[in-house]
Design a protein around this ligand. Structure first.
Ligand code: AVI
Length: 324
């Protein structure tokens, strides 16, 4: 069956991102444990800061994953199989998919899914240059919503969802299960999932990764307040908040917070919020998995884990699983 909508950008329906941002921020700041969804860390400045984090010595995740890919790319490509459609939720600049697509045997098509049309179109242009015969269909949308998935082109070719970068770690365990179930719903029996996940390790290594000596993660975290100031008419004084990141061993996650250094009042979109000294805004969780924990998550969500690749220190894993 032919791919419908091939080679064109599938547009977003008129979703109100600003309205949703405002609702989420006001609700988060009204909760007893103030919280802000981590997806809002990634405006233009936040995305650049995240790219800088990925280059840091302290942030081992990106380079460890890259080493695993470099070492096992051929094996992964063989495991994925031939004539496959690769679907990448949250693809960004598609840099991780490109070498994989090159290594794969006759990939049928590539569907990168992301909220940023500019980044996807630039990536499409770049990949076309290297892989001129590959069908690329950028799909603009939020992969956590069903809406984006319903706009994927229809095809009866074998599909593999590619979800690297330990993005799964930024979902709470129940949300991670919901997300993988959503992935499974959009696949057929025998289709695959190639998933990157950060593993549980010494808390000193984990905390250094999220509280780096160059203070880039601090800037990344505080940029959320700057974004609220400029987009939602807020008056946060970023100097009156400190960055805090710590490993919660029971919950197996690194938590990122902004700590109010003084008692203070802040307004956002005309609403007023009070902070006591030491009160925090919880801005991100980054969950870490054990290999058995990862297998359980996959089994519970309709997948059969088949194979995994790790680095020598077992700091990070890339796992391939197929839909049962
Ligand atoms: C995107 N995500 C996998 C990163 C992480 O490690 O949880 C986001 C990040 N937060 C602080 N540093 C990096």
């Amino acid at each position: 069956m032919a791919i419908i909508n091939a080679n064109r950008v599938v547009p977003l329906s008129g979703e109100d991102f600003r309205g949703q941002f405002e609702r989420d921020v006001l609700a988060g700041l009204s909760a007893s444990q103030k919280t802000l969804p981590c997806k809002y860390l990634y405006d233009e400045t936040g995305s650049k800061l995240f790219e800088a984090i990925c280059e840091l010595d302290d942030y081992y995740l990106t380079r460890t994953e890259a080493k695993i890919f470099a070492r096992s790319l051929q094996d992964m490509a063989v495991t994925l199989g031939d004539s496959v459609i690769l679907i990448e939720p949250g693809a960004g600049n598609c840099e991780k998919a490109e070498p994989l697509l090159e290594a794969m045997d006759n990939p049928r098509a590539y569907f990168p899914l992301d909220i940023s049309p500019e980044i996807l179109l630039a990536a499409q242009h770049r990949i076309r240059h290297r892989l001129p015969d590959l069908e690329i269909v950028p799909v603009i949308g939020d992969f956590t919503s069903g809406d984006a998935w319903s706009r994927l082109p229809v095809s009866n070719a074998r599909k593999v969802i590619f979800f690297p970068g330990s993005t799964i770690g930024n979902f709470a365990p129940e949300q991670a299960r919901d997300l993988l179930e959503r992935f499974a719903e959009n696949l057929d029996s025998g289709d695959g999932l190639l998933l990157g996940a950060d593993l549980v390790k010494d808390s000193v290594i984990l905390e250094r990764a999220y509280h780096d000596s160059n203070h880039i993660t601090e800037a990344f975290n505080k940029n959320l307040l700057t974004r609220i100031n400029s987009e939602l008419n807020g008056d946060f004084n970023t100097d009156a908040f400190a960055h805090r990141a710590f490993y919660h061993s029971l919950r197996q996650r690194v938590e990122m917070h902004l700590v109010s250094l003084v008692e203070q009042h802040v307004s956002v979109s005309g609403r007023h919020f009070s902070f006591t000294e030491g009160e925090t805004i919880h801005t991100e969780n980054s969950h870490k998995y054990t290999l058995p924990g990862l297998q359980t998550l996959l089994r519970d969500t309709g997948f059969s884990p088949e194979k995994y690749w790790t680095d020598d220190k077992q700091h990070y894993a890339i796992c391939y699983a197929h839909v049962r």
